[in-house]
Write a protein that binds this ligand. Structure first.
Ligand code: NAD
Length: 503
């Protein structure tokens, strides 16, 4: 399917002609410019914030199950547009088509989840200590939610936030990555179709997009009309955004970087472990927040596991790197030159600190000199050096030995990020011990670090930011909690704690 056809199917118009001051969007597949997208100015962003605010004021009064109906229709529209949207995801961010489809499926899944949830935004009835009193905890719509998203999940992460916010009665203003605004334009168009089918009570402005870089992001971050900022991206970004939102007493939901580890015990099913490590480290060309970056292997099986990994990497490097739209490709391009340079600089550092690097070189696909394809790199290294403790957003896997489980868990927890972790073992005692002491938001057993389902709460601790999105009770982030006490007696009401205040 040609890009023009994809644009047409997704209602994206007016992006083929060059405009001054527009973002030039190139595809990482071949490095060629595919579109020019107009950036928002501070003034146009201001108008959109006003529209969002207005939309919230009417949307909050629509009953939650009706709000769910809008998301049900949106889910149907996504099903109809799954293929072109998946292709656009692949073209704009470079992940393989199979993963592009998976990302759109994740949007559909969260819509289904939100539809059911729209009838379950439960509060509590609390026993009052006073006679003839009732106490309740109610959940009420919050306001306009600002969503800032990263390039590597250009549609699913927004959808996690957007559909929950909408069923909770909020409006959303979205600042997508400046590397993937076309995906955002496509999502808005798909949502507009759903809103039209839903009817008049879906106000204009429920779903706004502002296009631009950090400067336009900061406009919404600093705006106290936006009570919640949900920001996904690097720890560096979170370190700027978090304090700014806090300084205006806003709420932030931060989903930041990860440096995820797998422990392979001497009681593991080794083939199972190798297969899962491979998907975690090499999938999405190592550009997932949950990508596996560190592996700790029990000393007794270290050489065996390393050799098996090397064999698997060899196969990938020989035949599986290529155009992410082609069948059979497992590793697509890195997002840009900077990502490739960062990868090379980390590999150099690892070598200087005693690591032995296998693979990791640049591969030119066809004549695409401006695209950055890299062999996933495997690094044999004894200890966790400074560079191992940093997140390099590229396919680098550091493989290190350990002796005791306590030691392995200590290494797992030693980094500043706390997103995802896993153990491979057939010993239930080891598995439970690991779950208890891993300091990450995700702790898996005999499953890799990446590829979470939408039903669980997703997010991590420490510099990953502490936020939780998607399933479980993450919806509470998008509402405000109110405690309400009612006296239904006819006499003078009693005071709490038995306080007497008689006149
Ligand atoms: P990035 O931090 O460069 O950018 C992310 C978004 O933040 C972009 O939209 C960007 O414009 C915006 N931004 C940057 N500085 C800002 C500022 N000062 N104010 C407001 N907005 C600002 O990240 P990236 O390169 O797009 O994505 C890769 C990073 O994202 C990795 O670190 C990865 O681990 C992380 N990530 C985390 C999760 C998660 O759920 N934990 C998911 C995906 C990606």
């Amino acid at each position: 399917m040609k890009i023009e056809k994809i644009f047409k199917k997704l209602g994206i118009t007016g992006v083929k002609t060059k405009k001054s001051g527009a973002l030039e969007i190139s595809s990482p597949i071949d490095g060629n410019i595919i579109a020019y997208v107009k950036k928002d100015s501070k003034a146009s962003a201001e108008n959109k914030i006003k529209k969002s605010e207005k939309a919230f004021l009417s949307w909050r009064d629509v009953p939650a199950p009706r709000r769910g109906e809008l998301i049900r229709i949106f889910g149907e529209e996504l099903r109809k547009n799954k293929e072109p949207l998946a292709r656009l995801v692949t073209i704009e961010c470079g992940k393989i088509l199979e993963e592009g489809r998976g990302e759109v499926q994740e949007m559909i899944d969260i819509c289904d989840f939100a539809v059911g949830l729209s009838r379950q935004l439960y509060g509590l009835t609390i026993a009052s200590e006073r006679p003839e009193h009732t106490m309740q905890e109610n959940w009420l719509p919050l306001g306009t939610v600002g969503v800032i998203s990263a390039f590597n999940f250009p549609v699913a992460v927004w959808a996690w936030n957007f559909v929950l916010a909408v069923i909770c009665g909020d409006s959303v203003i979205w600042k997508p990555s400046e590397k993937t605004p076309l995906c955002a334009l496509a999502c808005v168009n798909i949502f507009k179709k759903a809103a039209k089918a839903f009817g008049k009570s879906a106000p204009d402005g429920l779903c706004e997009v502002v296009v631009g870089g950090p400067d336009i992001g900061e406009k919404i971050v600093n705006d106290s009309r936006i009570p919640l900022i949900s920001a996904t991206g690097s720890c560096h970004m979170g370190n700027i955004v978090g304090p700014k939102v806090a300084s205006r007493f806003g709420r932030s939901l931060l989903e930041l970087g990860g440096n995820n580890a797998i422990i392979v015990s001497n009681k593991a099913d080794i083939d199972l472990a190798v297969q899962s490590i491979l998907f975690g480290a090499v999938g999405t060309a190592g550009q997932r927040c949950t990508s596996t970056r560190r592996v700790f292997v029990h000393n007794d099986i270290y050489e065996e596991v390393f050799e098996k990994l090397k064999e698997s990497y060899q196969k990938i490097v020989k035949t599986k790197i290529g155009n992410p739209l082609s069948d059979g490709t497992l590793v697509g391009p890195l997002i840009d030159k900077r990502a490739f340079d960062d990868m090379q600089s980390s590999l150099k550092d690892a070598t200087e600190h005693g690591g032995v690097v296998f693979f990791g070189q640049r591969v030119i696909i066809g004549r695409n000199e401006n695209a950055y394809y890299a062999q996933p790199a495997l690094v044999k290294i004894k200890k966790q050096t400074k560079i191992v403790c940093q997140e390099t957003f590229a396919p680098i896997l550091y493989v290190m030995p350990y002796h005791t489980l306590d030691e392995a868990i200590k290494y797992n927890n030693e980094v500043m990020q706390g997103l995802s972790s896993a153990i491979f073992t057939t010993d239930v005692r080891e598995a439970e011990y690991f779950k208890k002491y891993s300091d990450c938001g995700i702790a898996n057993v005999n499953i890799g670090t990446s590829g979470a389902e939408i039903g669980g709460a997703f997010g991590g601790e420490k510099e990953t930011g502490g936020g939780r999105e998607s399933g479980s009770d993450s919806w509470k982030n998008y509402m405000r909690r109110q405690t309400s006490t009612t006296y239904f007696g006819a006499e003078k009401p009693a005071l709490a704690q038995g306080i007497k205040f008689d006149t």
